[in-house]
Design a binder for this molecule. Structure first.
Ligand SMILES: Nc1ncnc2c1ncn2[C@@H]1O[C@H](COP(=O)(O)OP(=O)(O)OP(=O)(O)O)[C@@H](O)[C@H]1O
Ligand SMILES: [Mg+2]
Length: 443
């Protein structure tokens, strides 16, 4: 029964058919049927088993890697990112790829004119006639398409343009985004339609939208990167159907986003030979080991207070490693500006980079390069001890594949590939001592 106008509804509905009020219909149990209604509403859980969460590949490999195989039918995935980072490009590539496999795809183009979308699509690849455009932003129009056409995938670009009937708030406002997304998600579940929602965030993630919706949707992906570089990262912040550890790596070009085929090669491509302050480290990018070049610059401080600047690594890790280097390994950095970054626009928060970071700082301060075919990998504890990071052996195999022949590692390291000499060290002071060995530098 509608609590606003009193009209009777035969079943629960989000909207009263008499007064058109939203969420006003509530179930009213009468004395005679209340007991029966309750038991009729409960269904054994195992009657639902065997269906459901098998992901269907989108055909865009890096997206499938992050999603653990693909999009789960009936799920709602939010892709969030800063303006201009490439969200529309990525979702259009997914739409084109899914449509190319013969599935029906609807593109809701609230943000751009269909002609603009068509021009982008022409840059990205062949179009299929199973891909159709819906140039509307009213949620009810979109959900009517769910019900009538049952498309396999609906891409909504973006959630900030949606309007829910009966709500006067401006598109993009907190209440409009929350209500529109809520209705869309409910209808996607009811009609088993897979939905990809695009959402904008500012640098601090504060704009109405993605943060607000994290609990409403099944999966939240963030798409980011340094706009000065063509590298883009796709990460999963929440995923109801699998782990959130994998990272997708893309390069943006005129032809759209393409997967970085050999990330280690990409990150080491422009590495300078014989440079102090440069140390290569195998980090884990999800499950795959990738070599990156850590660069540090320790320079006399010009203005007080001294700067500590981290790019591509957490500033907290840099500060911790600096403190341990000073207190445990006697390497004073007082009065120095400190800069540390991952060359080539890479980003990681893998603790396995601590040792390489410490050695890069030492190398810059001492102006002594490590050998060009040396890598370093290990976590640094607060007492200066070195610990083996997870999957060290796989990381060392990747280093060997890329031509490195020596690795500075914690003393607990098991084995490495034949042909890779392991320089085992128990502590950071010992690693610094070994790194200053001229023989190692000449390697
Ligand atoms: N012709 C082109 N050649 C190369 N790169 C292009 C071209 N057109 C666009 N780009 C790249 O695509 C980016 C914009 O991509 P896209 O429109 O997918 O981003 P978005 O995140 O959807 O942006 P918005 O916030 O405006 O919706 C540009 O910043 C640029 O790097
Ligand atoms: Mg866009």
């Amino acid at each position: 029964m509608c609590t606003a106008c009193g009209a009777e509804a035969p079943a629960w509905t989000g909207r009263c058919s008499a007064c058109e009020g939203w969420a006003t219909v509530e179930e009213q149990a009468t004395e005679a049927v209340s007991r029966q209604t309750v038991s009729a509403a409960t269904v054994p859980l195992d009657s639902f088993s065997g269906g459901g969460s098998v992901p269907l590949p989108t055909g865009v490999d890096e997206v499938d890697r992050v999603l653990g195989g693909g999009l789960v039918p009936g799920s709602v995935t939010l892709i969030s990112g800063e303006p201009g980072i490439g969200k529309s490009t990525l979702t259009l590539q997914v739409a084109l790829s899914v449509a190319a496999s013969g599935s029906s795809v609807v593109l809701v183009t609230g943000e751009e004119a269909p002609t603009q979308v068509a021009a982008r699509a022409a840059r990205l690849g062949p179009m299929s006639d199973t891909l159709v455009v819906l140039d509307h932003t009213e949620v009810e129009t979109i959900t009517d398409v769910f019900a009538n056409d049952k498309p396999q995938l609906v891409v909504v670009d973006s959630v900030q343009t949606l309007r829910a009937q009966g709500l006067d708030a401006a598109p993009g406002s907190v209440s409009q985004v929350r209500e529109s997304a809520g209705r869309l998600v409910a209808m996607a579940k009811r009609h088993q339609v897979t939905v990809l929602l695009v959402g904008h965030v500012t640098k601090d993630g504060s704009l109405a939208g993605p943060r607000l919706l994290e609990h409403v949707v099944d999966t939240v992906l963030s798409f980011d990167g340094d706009r000065a570089s063509e590298l883009r990262f796709l990460r999963s912040a929440k995923h109801r159907f699998g782990p959130t550890t994998e990272v997708g790596l893309f390069e943006m070009s005129g032809g759209g986003l393409s997967a970085v085929a050999d990330p280690s090669q990409r990150f080491l491509a422009d590495r300078p030979a014989g440079a102090s302050g440069s140390v290569v480290v195998p980090v884990l990018d999800g499950h795959r080991p990738v070599l990156v070049e850590l660069q540090a610059l320790v320079a006399s401080c010009r203005d007080q207070p001294a700067s500590v600047v981290a790019n591509g690594i957490p500033a907290s890790r840099l500060k911790l490693v600096l403190a341990v280097l000073e207190q445990r390994a006697g390497q004073s950095m007082t009065g120095q500006d400190i800069f540390a970054s991952i060359a080539g626009g890479g980003r990681t928060d893998d603790p396995g980079l601590d040792l390489a970071l410490a050695l890069a700082l030492w190398s810059s301060r001492a102006d002594q390069p490590l050998g060009d075919n040396v890598v370093a990998c290990g976590e640094v504890g607060l007492t200066g001890e070195l610990r083996a990071p997870v999957q060290l052996e796989r990381r060392l195999q990747e280093a060997y594949r890329m031509g490195f022949r020596r690795a500075i590692v914690p003393s607990s390291t098991g084995g490495g590939p034949t042909g890779l000499e392991l320089v085992r060290c128990a502590s950071l002071p010992e690693a610094v001592r070994r790194a200053s060995d001229r023989q190692l530098q000449a390697a």
